[in-house]
Design a protein around this ligand. Structure first.
Ligand code: ZN
Length: 200
């Protein structure tokens, strides 16, 4: 019998949260959804936010390296530069307790030319009929991205920042990870179908 997946929620203790956040951040890198130093990840723990540090390396990150700060406070020393974005997501969506940011290569490549991503496979269509791709001025990314990105997560908890990466938010890390993996798989299928000539 398959083991039931463990759900990690807002109720988990800080020690467990640190261990789990490192584990999922590493998986993003291990399975090709990030490179060594790209992306970031966070958990909301009650009225606090636990996040990967700026410049984090997925291969060497340790639980003690993660940065904890008040959910509504300013960016703590050493926290990811995306702190304000994660903060905006949690403040807009009280149901979310986990956010993963990855650089899914096929999802980013497919939306470079403009428009949203519309999955062509059945599973993708089931999870998210359309994934919004948000345009943000690269020079003002840190200040400009939080509000439109948080809004883009309204429907399915997943959005693409054009030319950059994917943000997935959910009630636990496992669900955010599933959304990320499903989107990249769906984008990969669409890419292969176009290269293989079975789609225009
Ligand atoms: Zn990024």
């Amino acid at each position: 019998m398959a083991a039931r997946p463990v759900r990690y929620t807002v109720d988990m203790d800080e020690r467990t949260a640190r261990r789990m956040l490192v584990r999922y951040y590493r998986w993003l890198r291990r399975y090709g959804l990030n490179d060594s130093h790209s992306g970031n990840a966070s958990l909301r723990l009650g009225e606090c936010l636990l996040i990967t540090p700026t410049g984090a390396c997925a291969d060497t990150l340790r639980p003690a390296d993660l940065v904890l700060g008040p959910l509504e406070g300013s960016r703590p020393r050493g926290a990811s530069r995306d702190w304000a974005l994660h903060q905006a997501v949690y403040l807009r969506h009280r149901r979310f307790t986990a956010v993963l940011h990855s650089h899914c290569p096929h999802a980013v490549a497919l939306t470079l030319g403009g428009g949203d991503l519309a999955p062509v496979d059945l599973e993708g269509q089931l999870y998210f009929p359309r994934v919004p791709a948000v345009d943000v001025d690269g020079d003002r990314y840190v200040e400009a991205a939080p509000e439109p990105l948080a809004r883009a997560l309204d429907d399915h908890g997943i959005a693409i920042l054009r030319g950059h990466g994917v943000y997935a938010a959910a009630g636990d890390l496992d669900e955010a990870y599933k959304l990320t993996c499903s989107l990249e798989q769906s984008a990969r299928i669409a890419w292969i179908a176009r290269v293989g000539g079975t789609l225009p």
